[in-house]
Design a protein around this ligand. Structure first.
Ligand SMILES: [Zn+2]
Length: 202
């Protein structure tokens, strides 16, 4: 190789390294400095699928003090202390709009409107999650019952429970507190991805 070739190769290598360092630093500081903003940023998926189809959810860790500052008292009680809202009281119980339900603690997308159904149980109910890996299931033996608790796989927030008495095709009923989820209607997302959402039936 000519000396000029070495010089060009060296410059390119140093340049690529510098870009990588800057990019990773930027991502780090953005994640730490404005986590609340990141949590509500529309269009963020917070999860990635690798070539084998496995999904990795970006974890969000906060101290209980931080959660207390970010969440309302009601949200804190339900999401962090595994509380339950009064049956029939939830704002999203009868919501039939088309869109996505996200964790109200961290913004991870959890359910789609086409997976929601009227169960009559008093809480928003879904027969399937948007992505199984976005929801973590744990055995819950409190209150003299054995139930399966569901939590957000990103922030660990309590969502509710899943039961085996749902409709076809899954036979499952994800029973979720309205307080634990935020609804993003499709109209709100239209600005972000106009290309793949041309639906307008009305
Ligand atoms: Zn969450």
């Amino acid at each position: 190789m000519k000396p000029s070739t070495y010089w060009i190769t060296g410059t390119v290598v140093v340049g690529v390294l510098a870009v990588c360092v800057v990019a990773s630093k930027d991502a780090d500081s953005r994640g730490r400095r404005t986590p609340a903003l990141a949590a509500v940023m529309p269009g963020q998926s917070f999860s990635h699928r690798d070539a084998k189809g496995n999904i990795t959810v970006e974890k969000l860790e906060r101290s209980e003090e931080e959660w207390k500052q970010i969440l309302s008292a009601r949200q804190y009680h339900i999401l962090r202390e595994k509380g339950t809202e009064r049956a029939g009281s939830g704002a999203l119980l009868h919501n039939k709009d088309v869109g996505t339900y996200k964790c109200s603690g961290c913004g991870l997308a959890l359910f789609k409107s086409d997976g929601k159904f009227e169960s009559g149980c008093g809480w928003p109910s879904f027969f399937e999650p948007l992505e199984g890996a976005h929801i973590t299931e744990t055995t819950d033996r409190t209150h003299g019952m054995v139930r399966t608790e569901i939590t957000c796989s990103r922030c660990g927030g309590h969502l509710g429970h899943v039961f085996n008495d749902g409709p076809a095709p899954t036979g499952l009923r994800y029973c979720v507190n309205s307080v634990s989820i935020d609804f993003d209607g499709e109209a709100a997302d239209a600005d972000e991805k106009p290309a793949d959402d041309p639906r307008d039936d009305r």
